[in-house]
Ligand binder design. Structure first.
Ligand code: SF4
Ligand code: SF4
Length: 428
């Protein structure tokens, strides 16, 4: 590991496969708010964005705030170029000498191998003023102005914007490409925002790991805005305090009137038309790794099927948002964004086995949070050869259970077809 001289406490960060310096002693919640987004299915309809906006950030002073947003990669970003700027800072701090070693493996303490470079917590001394605890930057006001800038702008020939390449439109990699990256706060295991706050106004809830800013304690120093590498805390000028995604915690607590006391997914998750989102609460071990929970859908997708990967794990915050990477995008780009697990994840998603195909049907079929699934085997319905590999599809039934152990819903791999009676042909 690159020289960590810090006297800070150490914590094991399984996403980077090593001990890491963090300003506070690690403390882990009993259960952690987490989610998986399947990028392959996002259509950038922005229903998620608007569901959040109309619920939490519709007031005066919040005009520029989009706690949930969807940006077009590689050019788009909210705030503009947030990831490129943080990656550049890290690269400078590491003198360009950061890399992943080892191979993705079955070891839950280092499933993606080990990241050798300094994280944003370990690099702080090299670049920021003395008052800063975490490597970061404060975006200029105008960088928050255009949340959907460069929408649908592709990278083309020789890596140039809008130079369409007329060849290379087949998998495994397209030569002209873009993709949609849906984002919310990652409710990180080691939050950069929390680490940087001089008022200790930011806290992580022990019951579900949701990261919140105490509005009474915050004095608007914006250290959290500077330190969050994902730029998911935002400053509100008319109240002079910072605000961020609250993970719709009344819904998670089952306090939404519609939830009948059972945990419910957030607004952005349940509004998702593309059914790209699955959110849940995962059990944590005392060392910050996920407790084995074989038939929990998020545990399965992240730790068994390994199709869902953290966003920029090299930042070091151990984000709790995971992504199924887009199949058509050049792998180098994806590896710097999701780490070394990319190739295996795309391989398994492209040729899914029976269990993965069934679990993928759970995405956004209910507002309730799924805590466990069960699969009942069905008949073979399809067989084909895909780029030289045989694939077989079975019409299995997947059954979703809630926190109370009761069935929430069941669905099949082959989606049911409903034919609308002719008398309604012109109506919705
Ligand atoms: S994504 Fe940013 S705001 Fe959210 S917990 Fe992580 S560091 Fe804090
Ligand atoms: S609602 Fe779903 S499909 Fe639409 S932009 Fe958001 S994540 Fe993508």
């Amino acid at each position: 590991m690159a020289g960590v001289s810090s006297n800070m406490p150490k914590a094991h960060n399984w996403q980077i496969g090593r001990e890491m310096a963090y300003p506070y002693e690690p403390a882990y919640p009993k259960r952690q708010f987490a989610f998986v987004f399947n990028i392959n299915r996002c259509i950038a309809c922005q229903s998620c964005t608007m569901a959040c906006k109309s619920t939490w950030t519709f007031s005066k002073g919040q005009e520029h705030m989009w706690w949930a947003n969807v940006e077009t990669k590689p050019y788009g970003g909210y705030p503009q170029f947030w990831d490129v700027k943080t990656l550049e800072l890290l690269e400078k701090a590491n003198s360009g000498n950061q890399h992943w070693s080892g191979k993705p493996s079955a070891d839950p303490k280092r499933p993606y191998g080990e990241f050798s470079g300094l994280t944003i917590f370990e690099a702080e001394k090299t670049l920021t003023p003395d008052s800063a605890r975490v490597l970061g930057y404060l975006p200029a006001d105008e960088e928050w102005n255009s949340p959907n800038i460069y929408e649908d702008n592709p990278v083309g020939k020789n890596g140039t914007r809008y130079q369409f390449d007329k060849t290379g439109v087949e998998l495994p990699e397209h030569k002209t490409w873009f993709f949609y990256l849906a984002r919310i706060c990652n409710h990180c295991t080691y939050p950069g925002c929390l680490a940087a706050c001089p008022r200790r106004a930011i806290y992580k809830r022990p019951e579900d790991g949701i990261v919140l800013i105490d509005q009474k304690e915050c004095r608007g120093y914006r250290k959290c805005v500077e330190a969050c590498p994902y730029k998911k805390t935002m400053y509100r000028g008319n109240t002079r305090v910072s605000e961020k995604c609250i993970a719709c915690y009344p819904r998670i607590e089952g306090k939404d009137p519609a939830s009948k006391g059972q945990p419910m997914q957030t607004r952005c998750m349940t509004a998702c038309i593309g059914q790209i989102r699955l959110q849940g609460l995962v059990k944590m071990n005392r060392d910050g790794t996920w407790a084995e929970d074989r038939y929990h859908p998020l545990y399965y997708l992240v730790h068994v099927a390994k199709v869902a990967l953290p966003l920029y794990p090299q930042f070091g915050t151990a984000p709790n948002g995971y992504y199924i990477p887009p199949r058509w995008v050049p792998r180098d780009y994806l590896r710097q964004m999701f780490g070394p697990g990319v190739d295996g994840a795309i391989e398994r998603y492209t040729y899914p086995d029976r269990e993965l195909l069934a679990v993928l049907q759970l995405f956004n079929r209910s507002e309730r949070i799924v805590f466990r699934y069960e699969i009942k085997e069905g008949p073979k319905i399809y067989e084909a050869t895909l780029r030289g590999r045989k694939i077989t599809v079975y019409n299995d039934t997947v059954i979703a259970y809630g926190e109370d152990g009761r069935e929430i819903f069941r669905t099949t791999v082959e989606e049911p077809l409903h034919v609308r009676p002719a008398k309604h042909a012109n109506s919705i």
